[in-house]
Design a protein around this ligand. Sequence first.
Ligand code: FE2
Ligand code: FE2
Length: 392
Amino acid sequence: MLKTFDIDDVEEGMFVDSIAKQQGKFKITSRGRVTSFAVIKQLKQKGILAVVVDMSKQIKADVVELEEPALIPELPEEVSFEAELGVASKLHLKGKHLQKTMLESISKNLPIDITIPEAFTKNLVSSIDRNPNALMCLTKIREKDTYLLEHSLNVAILLANFGTYIDLDEEQIQELALSGFLHDLGKIKIPEEILHKPGFLTDQEMTVMKDHVYYGTKVLIEMGIPNSIVKTIGQHHERLDGYSYPEGLRGDEITHFGRMIAIVDTYDAITADRCYKVGRSSRKALQILLQDAPEKYDEVLVTQFVQCIGIFPAGSLVKLNNQKIAMVLRQNPVHATKPVVKVFYSVRGGHYLEPKELDLAAASNGVKIVDAVIASDLKLDFNKYFNESIVV
Ligand SMILES: [Fe+2]
Ligand SMILES: [Fe+2]
């Protein structure tokens, strides 16, 4: 049941469906619960006079308690990297938490309220619309023991970015992001010793591992996920040459979105740090994809993905010719080797520096990139530094 409330009568815990009356053009990204008085205050400051509250919205007793979509007011379009980074890092944390809760629910055979991941991925797409570099940077901040949580979140972020790059419409981008976020849920049904086994799996173990696609799509169908999303997820391990699973589909039997998720899933798996291996560089991952096209991956899509990610993707680390290390903030669409970076470490001095933004296209003193590096090469605890010094 929907009821309109004056903004002064809105209370914590109410589920806001939409804006009823306002001064100005402020938008909310999705429906959600008012989690604190700060949100009410923020809505008032944005000129919201009244909102429509869904009085019937409550979690059913038989649905496991998942974190609800919080009401996140939408920032204006295209904000700076710094302005978006705070929101993006909260979303990133929330995404991992939500992924964990969903996996736990599935392992206990409990139902999942699909509106929660739906609202989450909508917020994710909005963040990418405002500034894609913030969430893209966060895909580079990973921990070794949370692969499953970060991988699905990263695949969602990368797919939303890829979809935006090739000009898909908002609805398609949202569908892709949700497909990425849900694509590996079936892995929770795979025994730990196989799921986390270092190195290669035996044929027998591989047969068990392959079943994660079957378990995942089965759970999604039970959740009432639209068929098109189930289809995309069901195809994330299919390859154009048919040497793939679960169906061994070939060529045109694999959809456009099925081809996109295959590329992004592979890219993220190659670049990920695992408990038994250090992730490979973005450049190496892109090289592997290019080598395996057109036999396994759609050549046009791989080329577009390479262009979308760029030589030096946002969040990656580079070594400069002045012996300093910097993180790429955003690419230069004209000069791929001259992105805007944040310089934060001195190799010569062996110490961190006060982070400083530098546009390599405008740098007058000849500062340029000499190599792409990964944090482990430099023995840097980049994750800690990033969270403490770069996210504000
Ligand atoms: Fe998978
Ligand atoms: Fe995956």
